[in-house]
Design a binder for this molecule. Sequence first.
Ligand SMILES: [Zn+2]
Length: 452
Amino acid sequence: MRLVLAIILCKLARAGLRIIGRGGTALPGTLALKVCPDIVSRLSRNIRTVMVTGTNGKTTTCRMIEKMLTDAKIDCMANRSGSNLERGIAADLCANARITGRPRKRTAVIECDEAAFKRVCGEINPAVVVVTNVFRDQLDRYGEVTHTLESIRIGLERAQRAVVCLNADDSLVASLAPDAPDRVRFYGIDAPLGQGSEISDAPRCIVCGAEYEYDFHTYAHLGGFKCPKCGYSRTEPEVAIAGVDSLSTDGSVVEMRVDGEFYTAAVSLPAAYNLYNAAAATAAATSLGVSAEGAVKSLAYIESGFGRMERFELGHARVTMVLVKNPAGCDRAIDYFATMPEDADVVFCLNDGTADGTDVSWIWDAGFERLFESGQRKGRVIVSGTRAEDMRLRLKYAGADEDSVEIIRDVKQLTDAIAGCTGEVCVMPTYTAMLPLRAELAARVGKGEFWK
Ligand SMILES: [Zn+2]
C-alpha cells in the first residue's frame, strides 16, 4: 500500500511541477522515499539494471549503452532527467512503474553518483556495473579519491551477482577487481593517445605505495601502469581500443578488440576521452547479450548528452560547449580545444554555486598552461561567471597576457560576443554557469535538437 501511495504521489508531484513549468525529480523522489523508504529496491526488483558510476564520463557512457540496447531491440529506461542521486533514481523508477508497481520497461540504464553508489547499489542489485574512472572531484563534497573509491567498493560488495566492468588503465578503479572475483570485465585503451598531462591523482601504488612505472600514458593517471615493487599492474582488457586511425573534432575512427575479435568503429563524439566511454559501454552492452558487432556499430550514432559536449552554429561561429567540473575533466576539454585551429576563440565561465563545488581552487590543478605554451593565443580569450576574476588570475599565471583576457559578466552580452566570433569557439562553463548561457543560446540558435 505504501508503495502504491508513493508511486501515485511521485507521479502527481512530477505532473504538478510540469504544469507550473518546472521539471526536476528531487521533490517527487524525496516524497516517494519518505512514504516508502525501500522504493528503489522494490521497483527495481524485476528490472535488469546496468549501473554506471565514476568521476567522469557517466552520462555519455549511459547514453552509449542506451543506444546499443535500443539498437539491439532491447527496450530500456534510463534516468535521463539529470539527477543521479537516490531521490532522482527513485523518481525515474516511479515514472517507469505502473500504479501497481509493475515495471513498464524491464531493462534500465542508471547513472549513479559515486557517493550515493554504495547505498543505491545494494538496493538495486544490478546485473552489470560500470566504473568509469576515479579522479579528484569537488573536494568540498567528496574528500579524497580514496574515499570515493571506498564508496564504490562498498557498493560492489552489495552487488553480488553483477558483471563488473572496470577501467583497466585506471590503477584506482582496477584495484576494485578483487571485490568481484570472476565477474570482472576489463576495458581500456591499448596505446598512448599522445595527450600528455601533468595531473596525476594516483602517482603511487595503491597496494604498496611505490611510484608507478608506465609503458604508456593515455591521460592523467590512466595508462599502462605497473608497480616495480609489488607487481600490481594493468590487466590486459577484454574490450579495448586497440588502435586509433583518426581523431578529429567531429569524432574518431578506431580499431576495437572485443573478446579477441577485431572491429573497426566510428565514434560519433569528438575527443579522446570519449574512447574510454565507448569501450566501457561496449563492455557493458556485450555483458547484457548485445553482439559486439552491433554494439560497435551503434557508436557511430551517439548524440552528446546534456551540456557535456555539444556542437552548434551561431552566426559565423562554430561553437562547442563542454561542461567542466574538475581538473581532470577540464584537462580533457583543454586537450580537445588544442585540436582546434590556433585562432579558435575560447570562453571560460566559472561559477561557485553548490552544484559547481563552492571551492573553485580546483582551477589551479588544471593545465591551462598548455593554452599558452606557444605564446599568446591568436583567438579571443573570454572569462565569465561569478568567479570570472579568479579565472582571469588563473589564466594570467598560466601565461596569458592579462589585458588580453576579456571579462564579460552579462549572459546576453556574452552570447553577443560568441555570436560575433568567426570559426571555432570553445565554451567551457561549470554547471550553474552553463544553465543560463544555454537558455540564452537556445533562444538565439532556435533549434530543438540543441537541447536534447
Ligand atoms: Zn605496489
